[in-house]
Design a protein around this ligand. Structure first.
Ligand code: GRG
Length: 364
């Protein structure tokens, strides 16, 4: 595979990995913000079933000096957990379909921020759950997200050559195998989650509810439906409201399923799920507005995917409707809304609070 990668792709990969491991923007500024409790790094508590959101129980906690929350380290650790499990889940195959598995691995193990699985695990622990039973779900989310990228890059969709700092899947494996690799990732994601949930002893009703929500988020009412609206809207002017509706399906629905699914597996109460849904909706939109800004402001080399493409394809974006400065202000406001939705949660929700900042501060 390496022989297929020109030097430009190697250099893009290196730059992306620096940006993601905290040596770039992710590190410094956000590191300085302190969190209310350090219990994120303590052993996790059992999932609760109370209908009240979690609160800070120990009055002595206010007297303890708490070290600043190190987001870069947190992202590195969580990325490691997820990537190790993904590598196991999509083990190499020497069967007749090994070319397919190779194509699936190629895109799945190509890096990426792993934001959706990280959010799922963070939501799980925000409600007091243990993350181990939710890791299968987290990996399923990343497989689904990766499938959407592989299909989105196909010539019949966005027709892109570069993704995650590498040639796109169809450039390496051809269109037929790339299409099937996406299909394989999507389908296997549900099998992986179902099996891992059973092995972890998660109650069947909880698993069924989570699968239904995830399928809705990915399907015609969610991501795929949003993609269709996006395709049909190319070259058309959209209002801000229409753009928001498009993105709530195309990008937002999977963020909501990530956060709410992770929280449900952690034992979230209905009131907590409601608050987390608000958090995820605001965060998903903040992420998308930022994505539109990055497309305008960053280079292809830095992003590891083609920049300036929204304008070229005649796509309505937040910068095209609101301008750069108002879009940036909107992204930050949405991140504030996301954090506000967590008002009833204690220090265990600190990673979620920090991730809202990350969604808008990121540089790729
Ligand atoms: C089902 C074909 C099909 C498409 C679904 C989600 C989607 C629609 C297409 C993916 C392409 C795209 C540009 C979506 C907008 C959301 C987005 C910014 C995705 C990139 O997500 P990141 O930044 O990517 O989390 P990494 O590589 O870090 O995982």
């Amino acid at each position: 595979m390496r022989g297929l990668r020109p030097a430009i792709f190697e250099s893009i990969s290196r730059r992306r990995s620096e940006l993601l491991t905290g040596e770039g923007v992710v590190g410094g500024r956000l590191k300085e913000v302190s969190h209310q409790q350090s219990d994120f790094e303590r052993p996790m508590q059992q999932a609760k079933s109370s209908s009240e959101p979690a609160t800070t129980a120990d009055p002595a906690a206010t007297l303890i000096s708490v070290p600043p929350f190190d987001l870069a380290r947190y992202l590195r650790e969580r990325t490691g957990v997820i990537e190790r499990q993904l590598a196991i889940s999509i083990a190499e195959s020497d069967g007749p379909a090994n070319r397919l598995v190779e194509a699936m691995r190629y895109s799945l193990m190509a890096g990426g921020k792993r934001l959706r699985p990280i959010l799922a695990l963070a939501a799980c622990e925000a409600v007091g759950g243990q993350i181990e039973p939710a890791i299968g779900y987290a990996c399923a989310l990343e497989m689904i997200h990766t499938y959407s990228l592989v299909h989105d890059d196909l010539p019949c969709m966005d027709d892109d050559d570069l993704r995650r700092g590498r040639p796109t899947n169809h450039k390496v494996f051809g269109e037929a195998i790339a299409t099937l690799a996406g299909d394989g990732l999507l389908t296997d994601a549900f099998g992986l989650f179902a099996r891992s949930a059973k092995a972890a002893g998660i109650p069947a009703e909880l698993v069924v509810d989570t699968i239904a929500e995830l399928a809705d988020a990915c399907g015609s009412a969610g991501m795929v439906g949003g993609q269709v609206i996006d395709l049909l809207a190319e070259g058309q002017p959209l209002t801000q409201l229409e753009l928001e509706q498009l993105h709530s399906k195309k990008t937002g629905a999977l963020f909501v399923a990530s956060v709410c699914g992770g929280a449900r597996l952690g034992g979230a109460a209905p009131a907590q799920l409601q608050a987390l849904q608000k958090y995820a909706r605001a965060l998903g939109l903040a992420f998308q507005v930022t994505d539109d800004l990055l497309d305008v402001e960053q280079t292809t080399e830095r992003l590891g995917k083609r920049s300036q493409k929204d304008h070229e394809r005649g796509k309505a974006t937040y910068p095209s409707i609101l301008g750069i400065e108002r879009s940036r202000a909107m992204a930050h406001e949405l991140a504030d809304h996301a954090r506000d939705a967590l008002a009833g949660f204690d220090g265990r929700a600190e990673p979620l609070r920090m991730l809202a900042g990350f969604a808008v501060e990121r540089k790729l």
